[in-house]
Design a protein around this ligand. Structure first.
Ligand code: CA
Length: 228
């Protein structure tokens, strides 16, 4: 499944090269050449992953990484630091800021792909192709098929994404604002009650196999998928 990747890199040639390689691999790439531009993009919609250059004009990549990790809304975004330095000390500093991985320039497109895949699998399973199954409810991101105890379930595109997110983040409570961020992407023009509408549709589609009870309302907080 293609991921939305925010690339923060100030050197035009490197930015171009990485963006080209990621697009070739099927990802959607948003580019920023400074932390300021990157912040604007993140304010609009959360990317699935950020590739962040260490040395940037203005605020450094390291300081931006710290900021992202300190903010409730952005603290779980998968983050890979890019750097020209291969110093072991720098690597430790990079990982201490909360980066998930660290890659030293120059790197091959294949290495970058492999790192991205590994980090997404670990940190953002909804952005990978792995099928998920909970209590007889199965969702396959590749074929876009959902089954309940082996019987096909028809879902609209939003309900499908919503269910995929819930199944890959089970047992945790998600606020409406968080769901808008994660499932709709651009939350600016969507009202929070839209979430309730799609939750209702999702539950009614899951009724046939009895899986509607997995989607629980947590009063005053939001929703959660729970197998308990
Ligand atoms: Ca740079």
């Amino acid at each position: 499944m293609p991921a939305n990747i925010l690339l923060v890199e100030d050197e035009p040639a490197i930015q171009e090269l990485i963006a080209f390689n990621l697009s070739q691999a099927g990802h959607h790439v948003m580019r920023a050449d400074s932390v300021e531009n990157a912040q604007q993009i993140v304010r609009n919609a959360l990317p699935d992953l950020i590739l962040l250059d260490w040395m940037l004009p203005g605020m450094s990549g390291i300081d931006f990484a710290r900021k992202l990790r300190a903010d409730e809304r952005t603290k779980t975004i998968p983050l890979i630091m890019l750097t020209a330095r291969s110093d072991e000390h720098d690597k430790i500093v990079g990982l201490e800021t909360g980066a998930d991985d660290y890659i030293t320039k120059p790197f091959s497109p294949r290495e970058l792909q492999a790192r991205i895949k590994a980090v997404l699998r670990r940190r953002a399973p909804q952005a990978t192709d792995d099928p998920v199954e909970i209590k007889g409810l199965r969702l396959d991101p590749v074929t876009h098929r959902v089954t309940g105890n082996g019987n096909p379930i028809d879902l609209g595109p939003t309900e499908f994404r919503l269910l995929h997110f819930f199944m890959t983040h089970a047992e945790r409570v998600h606020s409406r604002a968080h769901l808008l961020d994660q499932v709709w992407g651009d939350h600016v023009f969507v009202e929070e009650r839209t979430v309730d509408v799609h939750i209702r549709r999702l539950r009614s589609s899951l009724e046939g196999s009895g899986h509607d009870s997995l989607i629980q309302t947590v009063r005053g907080s939001g929703y959660r998928l729970s197998a308990n």
